[in-house]
Write a new protein. Structure first.
Length: 229
């Protein structure tokens, strides 16, 4: 009965994690991590979209935005009557965040492997190994997401554009970042469902540590007795 419950619990965790990973990968290519409203020639209103891979601009009349790579200096915006000034701080933030994003996708993959193996082996040593893989990947995932979240929050309010009227424009959070926050909550749910893996792994290492301590103590006592004789 317990193994049946564990199977369905792990299956639920796998389903949520797989869904998160899929959305996470799609969201990586979004150009709506940061947005800013800009005025161009003839007071035309544009929306600047910035992501990990591209810079884009669109007006209320254009469904499809005009995009260029993140490394572009923004010359294409001059056609819209806009001077594009992206700071080195923001570029460093985006490139570092991009690396962290790759690392998170890898940890998600390892967490998925850990859950799959845990479903196959509940009571065996392989099951304990699967729990260990999941727990270690989950810890790395948590630390990496704290770093990435801090980077993204620091991007709020960055000055990136000065238009021809010399108005200062500041970045705001886009839809992709809001979706990222929702995914964080879903991953927390996965960790709660897999709480048993954390408990098993903790007990395993506590047991091994206690066993090693006892062995070392016995060796020390034996050495002292031999030395005294």
């Amino acid at each position: 009965m317990e193994s049946h419950y564990n199977f369905w619990r792990n299956l639920g965790a796998f389903t949520i994690l797989f869904t998160c990973q899929t959305i996470f990968i799609i969201n990586f290519w979004s150009n709506q991590w940061f947005v800013a409203n800009v005025s161009g020639e003839n007071s035309t209103k544009y929306t600047l979209l910035i992501g990990f891979n591209s810079n884009c601009i669109k007006s209320d009349y254009n469904v499809k935005p005009h995009c260029t790579s993140l490394s572009d200096n923004g010359d294409f915006l001059e056609d819209y009557g806009i001077e594009f000034l992206i700071s080195k701080q923001l570029l460093s933030l985006l490139y570092t965040g991009k690396f962290m994003y790759y690392l998170i996708m890898i940890t998600h993959l390892l967490m998925t492997i850990g859950i799959i193996k845990a479903c196959q082996n509940f009571e065996s040593n392989q099951g304990l190994l699967s729990d260990t893989i999941f727990v270690l990947a989950s810890i790395i995932d948590f630390i990496t997401k704290i770093i990435l979240s801090t980077l993204l929050i620091s991007g709020y309010g960055c000055e990136v554009i000065v238009n021809h009227n010399e108005d200062k424009i500041y970045l705001e959070f886009g839809f992709a970042l809001i979706l990222y926050a929702i995914l964080l909550i879903m991953i927390i749910v996965v960790n709660i469902l897999m709480l048993d893996s954390f408990i098993k792994t903790g007990k395993k290492y506590l047991h091994n540590g206690r066993k090693e301590y006892i062995i070392n103590t016995e060796k020390k006592e034996f050495f002292l007795k031999t030395y005294n004789q």
